[in-house]
Design a binder for this molecule. Structure first.
Ligand code: GFB
Length: 313
């Protein structure tokens, strides 16, 4: 297996890639291949080709992607579709042709139909229409899954696809325009608590349900699956329970010490009504997550406060 090989983590500056690097290093992996965006632009086929030809990694975690929350997905459909198609096609194709022994492609739970049965099994892929706000991203990710499947069938390439639920943790994006809900609410409630503001505005009705997984749990699952999973079907990684956005908002108010009012702005989109993954396939292999939501949010909040302190120093 891969302890002895050269491991390339694509997207190591992101939430998922950063957690993968921490986990690989904690597990004693010495031979990590990492490239900054300025050194290697994964949307450029010639650069990716030259990189794989020169470095010849043995194992690849493909965590590089253009990602964002509901507003970013809805506002920049062309960027989400084109950039993700380019990045994943360049990397997966070059990996197969340059002798990579195994590749993991990371997708997202938004690949499943908007009204898929809950919890959503892997088999619900392509059984119904997608959520309109993130269909561009979802179509790109579905194409990535299909490319992995096709290369396995046509060339015997060991490419697996992992579908995480909504993620959070240290290293997340806290920009209010482009972030996901959890870091957005952490920042909003923190700033309101500090300013003793009377209210915090939360987008949408508060009724959508989302499942949140700490990114360190995801990284642990990814290393487990790199060792133990070898199939063309995608495999889900989730926490197993979901919460409403309203519940998340009250939890965040509690963690940050905000005591004012919480207001729901129903002019903002709700997106998918519910997204809970069926993780029975992963559980049957013997992996379960460990970090409960409140503990994970508290830890991420400590990281966020430290990063703000770092900016001030
Ligand atoms: O996390 P989020 O942006 O994306 O939003 P999705 C989840 C829910 O939280 C939506 C609500 O119902 C939002 O309206 N929400 C409330 C907020 N307040 C806020 C806020 O301040 N910021 C944000 N961002 N949301 C994304 C997809 O969907 O999930 C991606 O667009 C990807 O493609 C990702 O699949 C995991 O969960 O709706």
């Amino acid at each position: 297996m891969y302890p002895e090989g050269l491991v390339y983590v694509a997207g190591h500056r992101g939430l998922v890639g950063g957690a993968l690097v921490r986990k690989l290093q904690a597990d004693g992996y010495q031979r990590l291949l990492l490239r900054e965006r300025g050194e290697l632009d994964l949307t450029r086929q010639n650069e990716v080709e030259a990189f794989f030809a020169a470095e010849r990694p043995d194992y690849v975690f493909l965590a590089a992607a253009r990602v964002g929350g509901i507003h970013a997905n809805d506002s920049y459909p062309a960027d989400f579709l084109r950039d993700n198609l380019q990045i994943q096609t360049n990397v997966i194709d070059a990996a197969q042709r340059h002798g990579v022994r195994k590749l993991m492609f990371l997708g997202s739970s938004c690949i499943y139909p908007r009204l898929a049965p809950q919890p959503m099994p892997e088999e619900s892929l392509l059984t119904g229409p997608l959520e309109p706000t993130n269909q561009w991203y979802a179509i790109a990710k579905i194409a990535g899954i299909k490319l992995c499947q096709a290369l396995r069938r046509q060339h015997g390439f060991d490419a697996i696809s992992v579908m995480p639920t909504n993620l959070y943790g240290p290293g997340d994006n806290f920009d209010l325009e482009t972030s996901h809900v959890l870091p957005a609410l952490m920042r909003k409630f923190h700033e309101a608590a500090q300013a003793e503001a009377p209210e915090v505005v939360v987008w949408g009705s508060g009724t959508p349900r989302r499942e949140f997984l700490h990114v360190d749990d995801l990284a642990d699952a990814c290393l487990f699956l790199m060792r133990h999973y070898e199939d063309e079907e995608p495999i889900n990684v989730g926490w197993g329970q979901d919460a409403t956005i309203r519940e998340l908002a009250y939890l965040m108010a509690d963690v940050t010490g905000f005591e004012g009012r919480i207001v729901f702005d129903e002019t903002k989109p709700d997106g998918t009504p519910r997204k809970l993954l069926d993780t029975s396939k992963l559980e049957a292999l013997g992996w379960t997550p460990r970090i409960p939501l409140r503990a994970g949010i508290e830890e991420t909040y400590r990281w966020y406060l430290a990063s703000l302190q770092g900016l001030r120093d």
